[in-house]
Design a protein around this ligand. Structure first.
Ligand code: ASP
Length: 335
């Protein structure tokens, strides 16, 4: 029988019926054994308690520890399942995908909208499906939720109380666990598995909105190591200086201080294309990097990771290419 490591980090799945209290570790593992006894007919499972937190408390330091733990333990297993709160599950999945290059075994994150203890819980099926995906799915970091297996660095949480909580707007997904289970081949990682656990969390995420006073980001830029701008549509932002709210000076200041700026789109489908509009030209003239069709969780985690390992052009190249299937090509086609 195959061996899987089940790492619990916390989240609703492991809470008591009387939320927000988390089940105590012993109670959590007993609940898994009593509510999903068939798991042990699928694989030999070893349970490990990593943390017992609401995932809004997840932080980069914990991502690094989790990546190291996975790297160190995976040699003894055929794959891993990580139970996690849904709020930052996309962020953790993204970060792990960058910290474990060359990943050669499935690492499947899952969670639930209702605790495992409850009658109408989705945790039971999500756990069974996650274990199935770790046994038969692709060797990469994935998210298994509501009968679908998705690439970890492509998902975003889209529902607070419905069971189909995750979407993968720019990637078709890696499996469907319906009456039959079907899995795709997945990302082909190069080289031997390594762990690159360093992150530089001193970055800022700025969402553009009508009325944004450029003086605020101008005050922030000198205090950070990298900036993600969630811009309109194809990567647009105001550049009309006569209206007093042009963001062009923010790009110029960042360039002058050597702070990388990555643009992502507020639109969920498709991505940034800086050749289309005037603001794109301003961004490019100032050396801004296109985040293409990456999700916000992916670009934030990748920038933190890239800053810890690269500088200048090498950092831009790392951000611009797909290193774990996190971005595709956004091509603007003519008529
Ligand atoms: N607040 C919870 C968490 O992310 C929500 C959930 O698990 O669904 O930990």
């Amino acid at each position: 029988m195959k061996r899987l490591l089940l790492i619990h980090t916390g989240g609703t799945l492991g809470m008591t019926g009387r939320r927000p209290n988390a089940l105590k570790p012993g109670a959590f593992f007993r609940t898994v054994a009593s509510r999903v006894p068939e798991l042990k007919t699928l694989a030999h499972l070893e349970l490990e308690l990593f943390s017992n937190i609401d995932s809004c408390e997840m932080q980069p330091e914990l991502w690094s520890r989790l990546a190291v733990l996975l790297h160190e333990r995976l040699d003894d297993f055929d794959g891993a399942v990580v139970t996690h709160g849904t709020d930052t599950l996309a962020d953790t999945a993204s970060a792990l995908s960058f910290m474990l290059p060359g990943l050669d075994k499935p690492v499947v994150l899952t969670g639930a909208q209702r605790p495992l203890e409850e009658v109408r819980t989705d945790a039971r099926l999500n756990l069974i499906d996650a274990v199935t995906s770790a046994l038969h799915g692709p060797s990469e970091v994935t998210v298994c939720f509501d009968s679908h297996l998705l690439r970890g660095n492509r998902v975003r949480k889209v529902a607070v109380s419905e069971y189909d909580a995750f979407e993968s707007p720019n990637h078709p997904g890696l499996g469907v666990l319906g009456v039959d289970t079907r899995f795709e081949k997945g990302w082909k990682a190069k080289g031997k598995r390594r762990v690159l656990p360093k992150l530089e969390p001193n970055i800022f995420l700025l969402r553009v909105f009508p009325g944004l006073d450029p003086r605020l980001p101008l005050a922030i830029v000198p205090q950070i190591k990298g900036l993600v701008i969630e811009a309109y549509g194809a990567g647009n932002f105001p550049v009309d200086a006569s209206l007093g709210r042009s963001l062009a000076p923010v790009f110029a200041l960042a360039r002058q201080r050597g702070i990388p700026v990555v643009l992502v789109s507020q639109a969920h489908r498709n991505g940034v294309e800086l050749s289309l509009y005037e603001s794109g030209a301003v961004a490019r003239a100032n050396g801004a990097i296109s985040g293409g069709d990456m999700t916000v969780p992916a670009v934030v985690a990748k920038l933190m990771h890239g800053l810890a390992y690269f500088r200048g052009r090498a950092l831009a190249r790392y951000l611009e290419r797909s290193v774990a299937g996190e971005r595709g090509s956004v091509v603007a086609t003519g008529p």
